[in-house]
Write a protein that binds this ligand. Structure first.
Ligand code: HEM
Length: 148
């Protein structure tokens, strides 16, 4: 079980500015896997640069969506199974957008990066462990959407 108090306390800080920390996450993600930017096509138009994507209101909404899912997971630490069906469906939707399951490893790295930048000294190795475990649970539920 992820260490719940550690997750709740640190999330409370990061969740105060979802867009800022979510932007740090996706900026890192696009540094590590720039081609992911092409999966975000709103009104079927391709962004011509990462910056254009990050600045768009639709993408800002996606950041909000991601942070809302993480918030739901943090609120459901005592009953993560209750999110399983939702997360499997969310995984299925992501498969349909062309995301590879492997890219979610990079998302995980980028999440830890954003937490570390947001938390500074509070980001201890226990914090990292707790968040990696929670992220692993969320992604394994999503990953079922790739074959179910
Ligand atoms: C929707 C891509 C990671 C949560 C979408 C959409 C795209 C997309 C193209 C549809 C357009 C939109 O709603 O903005 C990606 C890519 C990701 C990624 C390329 C990283 C590789 C995540 C993560 C989460 C997430 C980590 C949360 C854990 C959502 C939600 C929606 C969504 C909640 C809306 C689904 C709905 O309409 O029911 N994503 N996404 N995404 N994404 Fe992501």
């Amino acid at each position: 079980e992820p260490q719940k108090e550690l997750i709740r306390d640190t999330w409370q800080i990061v969740n105060q500015d979802q867009i800022h920390h979510g932007t740090v996450l996706f900026t890192r993600l696009f540094e590590l896997e720039p081609e992911l930017v092409f999966l975000f096509q709103y009104n079927s138009a391709n962004f011509s640069s990462v910056q254009e994507c990050l600045n768009s209101s639709e993408f800002t909404e996606h950041i909000r969506k991601v942070m809302t899912v993480i918030d739901a997971a943090v609120r459901s630490l005592d009953s993560l199974l209750s999110l399983e069906e939702y997360l499997t469906g969310l995984g299925r939707k992501h498969r349909a957008t062309g995301v590879k399951l492997e890219s979610f490893n990079t998302v995980g790295e980028s999440l830890l990066y954003a937490l570390e930048s947001g938390l500074g000294d509070m980001f201890t190795s226990d914090t990292r462990d707790a968040w990696s475990r929670l992220y692993t649970i969320v992604v394994s539920a999503m990953s079922k959407g790739w074959w179910r």
